[in-house]
Design a protein around this ligand. Structure first.
Ligand code: FEO
Ligand code: CA
Ligand code: CA
Length: 648
């Protein structure tokens, strides 16, 4: 839980008491500059508190709302705190699939008392649905979905061993059997879906159906393939990997493959003996957060591959972008080391003016960076794509206070590192070139209707905060997280969305201009404070912690949240996590969908005819969707217009 208390002080009093500083705050300077560049901001969006502080007139919501009304085919819904899903009038939703539902007719049957047994746990839809993409293959609809992590209490409900070692509040994996079951519930699900008279369903036994787990063989390519740091007992060649881990956001390529993004991979590893002492390995562990204890998966206690005292290089095989071919259930997934190793959120592609492939990526940890990949070769429809995620250049983003920015190439010259080490220790390489520390970059989306990208910066409780000696807190690489222009709020609990426009409208360009599309906030609780948020935040569309994001074919920005859903204090009026739609031009944002209490809304894609939206409901707290007395189950829901018209 976050600390919501401000000790009875207003934000400014509290803030000033904790962090005394000059009267003119960095935030005000950012606001001044942002407002002076109203052309880029579309002449509508302004910073709420800044407008008041600076005495800048106008740009208030009413004009923006009037201009934007035509872009939204729905009336926004109220915040909700209950245990189910809500959508606007004129829309309907249905459950497509839940954790534990069968993909094959020989899959075990789900039980609310015993869950899914280990035998067959890789034949069902995985747990904690996250990023997803839909592909049309030979006229069939193939949905590819990430399963990010597990919840021991729910996923081990039927375990005979975990009960014995029950921690007070939580079941713990306590046998190789428990661990294998958890490994099988995560990774990626490929499944054919079809629409019938009563809605969408999974096509059981479709030849496309497939589970990819923590043990599925994959190959490794790019600059780190074969490197000594990737050589393990399991694969002395350093060119293969077993499994893909903590599959968070998604991406797709123009040639019809799926990209799964490995995020908090560090949590699966632990040590039964000494931690590695090799200097580079140990430094990497420190930067990426690999510890002897791990995060409670206990893999290392029962599966030696995850015991870093035995297998110090095993964590180097995780943290990558992995390409999966949805057209062939027997295809071997590929880990592309050229795109760097970090806590990958998602991967959003664009084509440069000369048709080189550009992939934007965020590293979701406090004070980590934004990246982009640019291929060496151009994409050609139907042409050879084999080099496009292998040969090219990785860049990290620097944001300047004057609202310009640069993509800085992570080359051996610039970083002092060899290409394989730049790939494996990408965070270190980006620190070396002075990349800008960000407030946890989550999903990035590219606007198909304008040359611009957006990144959700979800929150950062440590932004601008100091330790007991008054030193500004840093990321794990020692880069200070002082307030900076795109991350202008101290102890940022609401989050913001940064937008950039590449120079000349060319995603291949190394320069860009940027602004903040929105700063979430709570103007009902805070006035004349950065915590009020920007002017496109109002009592009707309150939210915090933007995370998932997609931009549809009409240019509407769909924003999903993973934040504090207590509906109290600083978060009062926000209700459950939700999905909102934003107009890129006017800045208007409207609430479209609310998830069940306790859940995060994450993952969004569309059917080929754009008449159905697939929306992910992750880790519901309420017994969603099966009702009272039942286990809560992550699920994908479909959303359609009642009149059958397209939804994006
Ligand atoms: Fe898996 Fe950063 O969200
Ligand atoms: Ca996320
Ligand atoms: Ca998140």
């Amino acid at each position: 839980m976050k600390d919501h208390t401000h000790h009875g002080l207003t934000f400014d009093e509290w803030d000033e008491a904790r962090f005394p500083r000059e009267k003119t705050q960095e935030f005000d300077r950012v606001v001044e500059r942002a407002i002076s560049r109203r052309g880029f901001l579309g002449g509508v969006l302004a910073f709420g508190s800044g407008a008041a502080v600076m005495g800048v007139a106008g740009l208030k919501g009413s004009t923006a709302l009037a201009q934007g009304a035509g872009r939204f085919p729905f009336e926004q819904i109220a915040a909700q705190t209950d245990g189910t899903v809500h959508v606007p009038d004129g829309y309907d939703w249905q459950v497509l699939v839940r954790w534990g539902d069968p993909l094959f007719s020989d899959a075990p049957e789900f039980s609310h008392e015993t869950g899914i047994p280990t035998d067959g746990s890789d034949r069902v839809f995985g747990e904690n649905t996250d990023g997803m993409e839909l592909f049309s293959v030979d006229g069939r609809e193939i949905l590819v979905v990430n399963s990010e992590y597990t919840n021991n209490d729910i996923n081990l409900v039927g375990s005979t061993t975990s009960e014995a070692d029950n921690l007070e509040e939580e079941r713990a994996p306590s046998s190789a059997d428990d661990v294998l079951r958890l490994q099988n519930f995560q990774g990626v699900t490929v499944m054919e879906v079809e629409e019938g008279e009563s809605g969408w369903s999974v096509v059981i036994d479709s030849p496309y159906n497939r589970r990819i787990t923590h043990n599925t063989p994959m190959t490794i390519d790019g600059p780190a393939a074969g490197h000594a740091l990737l050589q393990t007992q399991d694969d002395p060649t350093g060119t293969q990997s077993l499994g893909t881990f903590n599959n968070c956001g998604s991406g797709r390529t123009p040639w019809g493959t799926y990209l799964t993004c490995e995020e908090n991979f560090n949590g699966y590893f632990g040590a039964t003996g000494e931690m590695p002492t090799d200097e580079k390995v140990a430094a990497g562990y420190a930067r990426y957060g690999i510890s002897a204890e791990g995060w409670g998966y206990n893999y290392h206690l029962y599966d030696p591959r995850f015991d870093v005292s035995e297998n110090p290089n095993e964590p180097h095989r995780a943290g990558w972008i992995v390409e999966i071919d949805p057209r062939d259930a027997s295809a071997t997934p590929v880990k592309h080391t050229a795109l760097g190793r970090f806590k990958h959120e998602n991967a959003a592609y664009a084509l440069a003016e000369d048709n080189r492939l550009v992939v934007y990526m965020g590293d979701d940890e406090r004070g980590e960076f934004m990246y982009k990949w640019v291929s060496r070769d151009a994409y050609e429809d139907g042409g050879d794509t084999s080099t496009l995620l292998v040969e090219g250049q990785l860049f990290a983003a620097t944001f300047s206070d004057d609202q310009s920015g640069q993509w800085v190439a992570l080359t051996p010259d610039a970083t002092g590192m060899e290409p394989a080490e730049i790939a494996i220790f990408t965070r270190t390489a980006a620190s070396a070139v002075g990349a800008t520390t960000m407030d946890r970059p989550e999903w990035i989306a590219v606007n198909p209707t304008a040359p611009e990208g957006y990144c959700c910066l979800t929150n950062n409780s440590r932004r601008g905060a100091t330790d007991d000696d008054g030193n500004i807190l840093t990321n794990a690489g020692g880069d200070p997280m002082e307030v900076n222009a795109p991350n202008p709020r101290e102890t940022n609990e609401y989050g913001q969305i940064v937008r950039w426009r590449p120079e000349g409208g060319d995603h291949g360009s190394e320069s860009f201009e940027w602004d903040l599309y929105v700063m979430a906030g709570n103007p009902s609780v805070y006035q004349d404070s950065p915590n009020a948020g920007t002017d496109n935040i109002n009592a009707g569309n309150l939210f915090n912690s933007p995370d998932g994001m997609q931009i549809d074919t009409t240019g509407l920005i769909w924003i999903q949240t993973d934040g504090d859903d207590s509906n109290e204090g600083d978060f009062e009026g926000m209700g459950n996590n939700q999905m909102l739609a934003g107009d890129p031009e006017t800045g208007e944002i409207r609430r479209f969908l609310t998830g069940p209490n306790g859940s995060e809304v994450t993952g969004l894609t569309w059917s080929s005819d754009r008449r159905t939206m697939f929306v992910g409901i992750q880790h519901p707290g309420a017994p969603f969707p099966d009702g009272e007395g039942m286990l809560p189950r992550s699920a994908i829901v479909t959303v359609k217009r009642s009149d059958g018209e397209p939804v994006g």
